[in-house]
Design a protein around this ligand. Structure first.
Ligand SMILES: [Zn+2]
Length: 683
């Protein structure tokens, strides 16, 4: 875990594929019913997006003062504030020692104690520095490196914080056993290309990075810092050279490299692997999955070939970097100058409290999650969302059974996968037990070390347990969701199941049209072209036939053509192929959520709220998910690079659903009208 988090954006591991911040699930029925957001001067059949959100768009334009503004932005603001309040309250309350609140509050307070950190200087690192100084040979170097093998709490990143990262999960082909998945790491700038690209821009970045390394070493009183920095950069260039390119790292079939323990010595000579794995707590482990074999081979060779001194310099620099957040102001300032300003373009460092809150969330994710859900996501909310998820699954079951393009034998596999599919809602049924983690006010460094050790022990303990498909991979307070193709599960955190996305006290029609359609969108990915390579137990292996694929592309082509026709700028149209996969998921989400809404009525008649029928509120909430204010530059960028089309056209998905025509009286002659034979239905 790198506490500054500026260092690199989390990049999605292929196995997660959709670590999604569900960008726009919205259900604000209170406003909808009041008509606050609707523009009644627009005819729904001509421009449903502006009918549904015209008033909101006008208000946002005058209030926002930023290039891009949407539901997600408002939700993030609200949730961040709630989490901040909870953590600060815990810090102020001095709760009983050992309670979850005490750990959260004291962790935060220790981070905020800048005077205390300043007084200690770099002293907290002295034991660790002595261990680095004591490295004399390949064995002691390997042992030290093994001690840095950590599961990283910010998900599977393209570049682990140390030379390798580990993630404990079931095997790609073995769903019965958890295995250590090793992936590449050890770089201080974002990726392989940053080190190898000869362009002047990248050369400049490398020079700035080398200067940053030297500056950090000087702050630690290291002599000859410039020369040492050059050697450290050169070592990292060697590590980068062994890294697999991003395209390989994104291909799960290329990640599936089972290695036996004995393979490391033969396939990757250089490291003393006995010493490495002993120190990593993996001495008895016989099976591994190596995601990028070239990095294990290449980095291990560098342990054999590079001087011990170069490695010691590298380890010292990364030690200081790793703990920069709990050291002195000048270390933090130097770190921000490089990672914040040079690398990310930020001019002003976020205030200390933002940083402390992020660090507390990272170290004690489920502890903060307990406080969050106690206040904001009661069991009643969980029950409502679970019932909705159940209706979605029921709807999928009958839709899959009725598919025209999928062969009968593939349908059986899809239905088996659906039957095995697990959904996590809100928060885990069993929380992580933090009772053995000692958090001491005034000891920020010690707290961070102990939290890392605690999280590492928890992760390695998974190796001794059977596979648990409902093991939570996301903190409850995060406004997001995660698809885990392997095992076969999806998780919707409490942070995303709140207004304006989901209101457990609110109207069902809006909840199903908004959060429900969002959940159904994500579920569809487990069965579409993304999920098609993982079976019911999350094992790698295609379960669609070639014929299914051909038929699927046949029906999907019509939807791509539909989106090709959307041209928001005179010189720029949506590229239907580029956004096809997400549009299919949007359409699946909408149709399945509508089925599920009808199921939820259990035969009871529709009710009218604020002058709108349930059907009308359902589609209105669906459209309002997608409202977004954005500059022309942002719109251009989205159309050119994003796999999701602009919100207006996501809202226009309704054109394919017969019941929308009925709900809003849309008829031939209306601009959005599509003849029945031109409407597309895939799922
Ligand atoms: Zn999607």
């Amino acid at each position: 875990m790198h506490t500054l988090s500026l260092r690199r954006a989390a990049v999605l591991g292929a196995i997660f594929t959709c670590v999604v911040l569900l960008t726009a699930i919205n259900s604000s029925i209170a406003q909808n019913a009041n008509g606050d957001d609707v523009d009644l001067s627009v005819k729904p059949g001509d421009d449903f997006y502006r009918y549904a959100s015209g008033a909101w768009l006008k208000r946002a334009a005058s209030n926002a003062g930023q290039a891009s503004y949407d539901n997600r932005a408002t939700l993030m603001e609200k949730t961040n504030q709630r989490v901040r309040d909870l953590i600060e309250e815990a810090a102020a309350a001095h709760p009983a020692k050992g309670s979850v609140s005490q750990k959260v509050g004291d962790y935060y307070a220790s981070f905020m104690d800048e005077g205390g950190l300043e007084a200690k200087g770099l002293k907290p690192l002295s034991d660790e520095m002595a261990r680095i100084s004591a490295i004399t040979n390949k064995t002691s170097l390997s042992a030290y490196l093994g001690g840095t093998l950590n599961s990283e709490v910010d998900g599977l990143t393209a570049n682990a914080d140390h030379i390798f990262g580990v993630w404990i999960n079931q095997g790609f082909e073995d769903s019965k056993h958890n295995l250590p998945h090793l992936w590449q790491g050890g770089l201080g700038i974002p990726d392989r290309e940053s080190y190898l690209d000869p362009s002047p821009k990248m050369a400049e970045l490398r020079a700035a990075y080398q200067a940053h390394i030297a500056a950090i070493l000087k702050l630690a009183g290291v002599t000859d810092a410039e020369n040492k920095a050059a050697r450290i950069l050169s070592l990292e260039i060697g590590i980068a050279r062994s890294h697999a390119p991003d395209s390989d790292s994104a291909d799960v079939f290329k990640q599936n490299n089972p290695w036996k323990r004995a393979d490391f010595a033969t396939k990757a000579p250089g490291m003393d692997w006995d010493a490495y794995f002993r120190a990593a707590g993996l001495a008895g482990q016989s099976d591994f999955i190596v995601w990028q074999p070239s990095s294990v081979t290449g980095t291990s060779a560098l342990v054999g070939s590079e001087s011990i001194d170069a490695w010691k310099g590298y380890l010292l620099f990364h030690l200081i970097e790793h703990y920069a957040g709990v050291l002195t102001k000048n270390v933090a300032a130097e770190d921000f100058a490089f990672y914040g300003t040079t690398l990310s373009g930020a001019q002003k460092a976020p205030d200390r409290s933002t940083f402390a809150i992020n660090a507390t969330n990272a170290a004690l994710g489920q502890a903060v999650g307990q406080l969050y859900t106690q206040r904001y996501f009661p069991p009643e909310a969980k029950a409502k969302a679970l019932a909705m998820a159940g209706d979605l699954i029921t709807a999928y079951r009958s839709r899959i059974s009725d598919l025209s393009w999928m062969s009968p034998s593939t349908k059986q596999k899809a239905l088996a996968k659906l039957a095995a599919f697990k959904i996590g809602i809100g928060y885990p049924d069993v929380w992580i037990d933090y009772s053995t983690l000692n958090v001491v006010r005034g000891d920020a460094f010690g707290n961070m070390r102990r939290a890392e050790a605690f999280n590492r022990t928890c992760n390695l303990a998974q190796l001794k347990k059977s596979v648990d498909p409902i093991e939570w991979p996301i903190n409850p307070q995060v406004p997001g969701a995660i698809i885990m193709f392997s095992p076969n599960a999806e998780f919707f955190a409490a942070g995303i199941l709140q207004p304006p996305y989901f209101d457990y006290k609110g109207d069902a029609a809006s909840n199903y049209g908004s959060a429900g359609a969002g959940m159904a969108h994500e579920i569809s990915h487990s069965f579409d072209e993304l999920g098609n390579i993982y079976d019911a137990e999350g094992r790698l292996g295609k379960w669609w036939s070639a014929e299914d694929e051909t038929n699927y592309h046949g029906v999907a082509a019509k939807l791509a053509t539909q989106f090709d026709s959307y041209c928001p700028l005179t010189d720029l149209c949506v590229n239907g192929k580029q956004v096809l996969s997400e549009n299919i998921a949007d359409l699946a989400g909408l149709r399945v959520a509508h089925d599920a809404y009808l199921l939820s009525l259990k035969g009871k008649p529709d009710v009218v709220i604020g002058g709108l029928s349930g059907e009308q509120r359902f589609f209105l909430a669906f459209s309002q998910r997608w409202r977004r204010l954005q500059s022309e530059a942002a719109l251009r960028r989205q159309i050119k690079t994003d796999t999701h089309p602009p919100g207006e056209y996501r809202s226009d998905t309704v054109r394919n659903v017969d019941t929308w025509y009925k709900a809003y009286g849309v008829a031939p002659g209306d601009k959005l009208y599509l003849k029945p034979e031109d409407r597309v239905g895939i799922w």
